[in-house]
Design a protein around this ligand. Structure first.
Ligand code: B4P
Length: 190
C-alpha cells in the first residue's frame, strides 16, 4: 500500500492535485477538510462542534481528527494506496498516524510538499472566496489559517525530513504541469 501525504500551506493546491493523483494511481483521496465540511453541511453533532472553529480558521482538535482517520483506515483495509490531503497538520497527528499505520503493518511512504509563496496563496484563496463563497476564505481568516500553518503544521517538515520521507515540488504555475512534476517525484521511473 502506498501512503502519500500531500503537504503544504492552505491554498497550495493540495486538494486540486490530490484528486488527480488519486485518479491516476487508483488510490483513495482523503481530505480531512472535505470530511469536516460535509459534517458541517449535514449538521451532525460533529459538524456542530467544529463549525465555528473552522470558520475562524483554527485547527480542529487532534482528538477528533484522529478519530476520523481511525475510521477511514478501518473502513478501507483493501485499498491500494491513500492520498492524505490536509492530514496530519500537527506533530501529535503525525505521531498518531504513524501508530495507526503501524497497527496495519504500514508506514508513510512519502511526504510531498507543494511550495507556494504567501502572496500567491492569499490571491488563490480570495479568488476561491469569490467563486465558491467558502466561509474560511475571507482575508482575516486566511491570515489566521496561515498563522496556524506556521505555528503547528510547518514543524512537520523537520519531522519528515529526519525520516528522509520529505520531498518538495514548486507549486506555482500550470496545474497540469505541476501534476506531472508530482507524479515524477512519486515514481521517478514514470
Ligand atoms: P482544508 O480543506 O484542508 O483547506 P486548505 O488547507 O485551504 O487546502 P485546500 O485543499 O482547500 O486548498 P487547495 O490548495 O486545494 O482545511 C480547511 C479547514 O479544515 C482547516 O482550516 C481546519 O479548520 C480544518 N482541518 C482540516 N484538516 C485538519 C486537520 N488535520 N487538523 C485540524 N484541522 C483540520 O486550493 C486552493 C485554491 O487554489 C483552489 O481554489 C484551487 O482551484 C486553486 N489552485 C490550486 N492549484 C492552483 C494553481 N497551480 N494555480 C492557481 N490556482 C490554483
Amino acid at each position: 500500500m502506498f501512503n502519500l501525504i500531500l503537504f503544504g500551506p492552505p491554498g497550495a493546491g493540495k486538494g486540486t492535485q490530490a484528486i488527480k493523483i488519486a485518479e491516476k494511481f487508483g488510490w483513495k483521496h482523503v481530505s480531512t477538510g472535505d470530511i469536516l465540511r460535509a459534517e458541517v453541511a449535514q449538521g451532525t453533532p460533529l459538524g456542530l462542534k467544529v463549525k465555528a472553529v473552522m470558520e475562524a480558521g483554527q485547527l480542529v482538535s487532534d482528538e477528533l481528527l484522529i478519530e476520523i482517520m481511525e475510521s477511514v483506515f478501518v473502513n478501507n483495509k483493501t485499498i491500494k494506496g491513500f492520498v492524505l490531503d490536509g492530514f496530519p497538520r500537527t506533530l501529535k497527528q503525525a505521531k498518531e498516524l504513524d501508530a495507526m499505520l503501524a497497527k496495519l503493518g504500514q508506514k508513510v511512504s512519502l511526504v510531498l510538499s507543494l511550495e507556494v509563496n504567501e502572496e500567491e496563496l492569499i490571491k488563490r484563496l480570495l479568488n476561491r472566496a469569490r467563486e465558491q463563497g467558502r466561509k474560511d476564505d475571507t482575508e482575516e481568516v486566511i491570515k489566521n489559517r496561515l498563522v496556524q500553518y506556521h505555528n503547528h503544521t510547518k514543524p512537520l517538515i523537520d519531522y519528515y525530513k529526519e525520516q528522509k520521507l520529505f520531498k518538495d515540488v514548486y507549486g506555482v504555475g500550470n496545474i497540469d504541469e505541476i501534476f506531472v512534476k508530482l507524479c515524477e517525484t512519486i515514481f521517478p521511473s514514470l
